[in-house]
Design a protein around this ligand. Structure first.
Ligand SMILES: N[C@@H](CCC(=O)N[C@@H](CS)C(=O)NCC(=O)O)C(=O)O
Length: 211
């Protein structure tokens, strides 16, 4: 079967969307309407009990979590060289960075966007969201250093880390949490990735533009 990516516009699923296009994969898109709470529907929860995008439905079943989807895409379409799958150290570098994005950067954004996930009372939610920008700026300071070699996250070779970071950078700049003065390399990287045909196609398919 043709893999089907369940996504929400501009959400973290955009990373998987771009990676699939970079890989030259044949796949279908299925919009999950957050405004209608479709992620909580019984049908969707069968695909992902956590009620989140992305889910990539494959002929072997649904695959959840960006980390796993990005790794699966890189290994299923090896010619696209989205990860150095024959080099244990190089592959570990990609997995290390992607894990950092998933477990630290994305989670810090969740404190900003969805503080109610973490605490109940309104004052506590306000305090949680208020703390997030400092956390995010500190995390992107690490990314800024990492991008010194450039132009991509891991140097000269584009990998799955690039669209994954780009999605987070779009959120960083869109929310005004940072800018090109504090994070010039992150800003340049986000622009570079959003100029690539695969990213432009993914943005257009999701009804978005580069930022
Ligand atoms: N660890 C998951 C996180 C997925 C996630 O948080 N997705 C968000 C969009 S960026 C979502 O579906 N949110 C829906 C909700 O919270 O109701 C991954 O990396 O795939």
């Amino acid at each position: 079967m043709t893999p089907m990516l369940h996504y929400a516009p501009g959400a973290c699923s955009l990373a998987a969307h771009i990676a699939l296009l970079e890989a030259g994969a044949d796949f279908e898109l299925r919009l999950v309407k957050f405004a209608e709470n479709q992620q909580h529907s019984p049908q969707y929860r069968e695909l992902n009990p956590l009620s989140r995008v992305p889910v990539l439905v494959t002929d072997r079943g649904p695959l959840t979590e960006n980390l796993a989807i990005l790794a699966w895409v890189a290994q299923t379409w090896p010619k696209s060289k989205l990860a150095p799958i024959d080099d244990p150290w190089g592959l570990a570098q990609v997995e290390s960075f992607n894990s950092f994005v998933a477990s630290s950067v994305h989670v810090a954004f969740s404190h900003l966007f969805r503080p109610g996930r973490w605490v109940d009372s309104e004052p506590a939610q306000k305090a949680t969201a208020a703390k997030a920008p400092d956390m995010l700026r500190a995390l992107f300071d690490i990314v800024e250093t990492k991008l010194a070699a450039g132009p991509f996250v891991h140097g000269k070779q584009f990998t799955t880390s690039d669209p994954y970071l780009c999605v987070m950078s779009r959120w960083l700049f869109r929310t005004g949490v940072s800018d090109a003065t504090r994070h010039p390399r992150v800003r340049a990287h986000a622009t570079l990735i959003q100029e690539r045909p695969a990213t432009l196609a993914a943005l257009a398919a999701e009804g978005l533009t580069a930022n």
